[in-house]
Design a protein around this ligand. Structure first.
Ligand SMILES: Cc1cc2nc3c(=O)[nH]c(=O)nc-3n(C[C@H](O)[C@H](O)[C@H](O)COP(=O)(O)O)c2cc1C
Length: 325
């Protein structure tokens, strides 16, 4: 399939793997890129710019195809060494960056001077327009369904994507709730030029996470995610577990008085315990409603080949059949 997204990033299929904390290591990013999509290393999971530079080198050893790096701009008090991470990306010869969180404007000139294409992840039309106006090359439009941070507007993709299509000039991919060939064709019908997947890529053989996490995703239905941290305006969609139940109890009890310190045990530093150790009740971890559509743990190549085959079948047979009738 050829779209402005495949052309922009030099990839065969219009499928991107979104940055994922403690998931998006070189093993997954290279597997996605080798299968014809755009794999993404999650920058901030690597604790220093030197570690990110090393991860970029590892990824390059595993694939000769294009891959990218996610840089998430967090509203934290102690800012990570963003200039150092940007340097590691540029010196590592990476040609695609997925930004997320706060406005990436400050970093665009350096990235563009190095010939890097920037795709900014947004959960609203107004943020997408802002991304376009400051010079981002593409947008990843992240609907309310998504795993991770859906923002505070709660607009699902059936509305968000056509609104983006009516408004944006730069190309965009659909993100949130994407799982298969049906998702891809639907997203493209609504105006997107590709799709971004997070949760679906976690349940693959190459995802370098504990098997317990993959099993939890396969076992989950679309009813099993919860929104946490809404009172802090830092809403996150996570898979329900005992830590999440505890967290929601605290939110209920403390109401508007809730502070981040109240829920530290449930959210701070829990990712390695879950993703590496498989301790599934260690805390809240991002997971999309799309878990309800995930029933197996294929290789990344099996998954992407299956998606593309299904998408072609839908377009050529199912949809063309309706059109001809
Ligand atoms: C476990 C997990 C961790 C994530 N970590 C990040 C992150 O660090 N930065 C980021 O921009 N997005 C992050 N995301 C969001 C994904 O990149 C992607 O936008 C989202 O998963 C899409 O929704 P889906 O899960 O329904 O496919 C994360 C998602 C998951 C499931």
């Amino acid at each position: 399939m050829k779209t402005r997204i495949t052309e922009m990033f030099g990839i065969e299929h219009p499928i991107i793997q979104g940055g994922m904390h403690f998931v998006g290591f070189a093993e997954l990013a290279s597997a996605v890129s080798n299968a014809g999509g755009l794999g993404i290393i999650t920058g901030l999971t690597l604790k220093t710019p030197e570690q990110l530079a090393n991860e970029i080198r590892r990824c390059r050893e595993m694939t000769d195809k294009p891959f990218g790096v996610n840089l998430t701009f967090l509203p934290t008090l102690t800012s990570p060494d963003y200039p150092g991470y940007i340097r590691a990306i540029i010196e590592g010869g990476v040609k695609a960056v997925e930004t997320a969180g706060n406005n990436p404007q400050k970093w665009l000139p350096a990235l563009h001077d190095a010939g890097i294409r920037v795709i900014h992840k947004c959960t609203s039309v107004r943020h997408s327009l802002k991304a376009e106006s400051i010079g981002c090359d593409a947008v990843s439009v992240d609907g309310f369904e998504c795993g991770g941070h859906p923002g505070e507007d709660d607009v699902p993709n059936f509305i968000l994507l056509p609104r983006a299509a009516d408004t944006l000039k730069i190309p965009f991919v659909a993100s949130g709730g994407m799982a298969d060939g049906r998702s891809l064709v639907a997203a493209m019908a609504l105006g997107a030029e590709g799709m971004n997947m997070g949760t679906r890529f976690m349940a693959t053989k190459e995802a370098p996470i504990h098997d317990n996490v993959k099993a939890a995703i396969v076992a989950a239905s679309e009813l099993d995610t919860r929104l946490v941290m809404r009172p802090l305006r830092n809403t996150e969609r996570v898979l329900r577990n005992s830590a999440v139940d505890r967290l929601l109890e605290k939110e209920k009890a403390l109401g508007a008085n809730l502070k981040f310190e109240d829920i530290l045990n449930e959210v701070a530093g829990v990712y390695p315990r879950i993703m590496k150790d498989g301790d599934m009740d260690a805390g809240a971890w991002s997971c999309g409603m799309v878990a309800g559509l995930i029933h197996d743990v294929p290789t990344v190549k099996e998954l992407i080949d299956r998606i593309m085959q299904e998408a072609h079948d839908i377009i050529r047979n199912r949809l063309a059949g309706f059109d001809a009738a």
